[in-house]
Design a protein around this ligand. Structure first.
Ligand SMILES: Cc1cc2nc3c(=O)[nH]c(=O)nc-3n(C[C@H](O)[C@H](O)[C@H](O)COP(=O)(O)O)c2cc1C
Length: 208
């Protein structure tokens, strides 16, 4: 994978799947990108429950770390975001944070930064997690998608026959990186269906 330069905002909210945010942070940092990290209050608790990790340890991995209450942080202003930030990813994104962003209700640093990213015409990716979705969730996602926001459900695929949760997580994180234009060479890409071998005869793919 190519090493890169650039700054990203990574917000982790209180949906299930904190490990997705953790792995994305680790991958971005190992590639040389700067990461501005914001954890919501609920994300801190869920991070402990789901991964056994402490928010402090995670913050130390980031280039910059902020409390969600810190509305005076640079990320709250377009004058900082416009020249410095490439994109913002909320992973996992709770339905509450999705609703707040969709409603323009910027009462914490995560929703304010998302609001700023949108108004400054930067890329916003929401890795939403809930099941099942109700009509409010779907309406909010549609509203965001129509504004050009990438809605990436925390929904792995199974065609690579993953053997561990770590493999599933890494594959999902690779797809998020793809959406940021950061493409790796790892082996989790679909390369087409292999022609089936029956007996000794190779069955050719039908021409389309
Ligand atoms: C263990 C646990 C798992 C949760 N999982 C989800 C989830 O997958 N999706 C979701 O939208 N909310 C989930 N919630 C509820 C959110 O944490 C709650 O709506 C919270 O207000 C979100 O706040 P935040 O977006 O500021 O982090 C979960 C809560 C707990 C305690």
């Amino acid at each position: 994978m190519l090493k890169g330069k650039g700054e990203y905002i990574l917000a982790i909210t209180g949906a299930s799947g904190a490990i997705l945010g953790v792995r994305l942070l680790e991958r971005l940092r190992s590639l040389g990108f700067e990461v501005h990290l914001i954890l919501s209050r609920e994300a801190r608790a869920i991070l402990r429950e789901e991964t056994g990790r402490e928010p402090k340890a995670l913050s130390s991995l980031a280039s910059f770390s902020y409390a969600e209450e810190d509305l005076s942080a640079p990320l709250a202003s377009g004058s900082f975001v416009a020249p410095n930030i490439r994109a913002m990813v909320v992973v996992p994104c709770s339905m509450k944070t999705l609703a707040a962003i969709a409603g323009g209700y910027a009462d914490n640093l995560i929703t304010r930064a998302a609001d700023v990213v949108l108004k400054e015409g930067k890329e916003l990716l929401l890795v939403v997690r809930e099941s099942p979705f109700n009509a409010i969730h779907l309406e909010n996602m549609l509203k965001m998608a129509l504004l050009g926001v990438r809605i990436i459900p925390a929904m792995p695929c199974f065609y690579q026959r993953p053997k561990t949760v770590e493999e599933l997580v890494d594959q999902m994180v690779s797809r998020i990186l793809d959406q940021l234009g950061i493409h790796g060479k790892e082996g989790s890409r679909w390369k087409g269906r292999r022609p089936r071998v029956e007996g000794r005869k190779r069955v050719k793919r039908p021409r389309s």
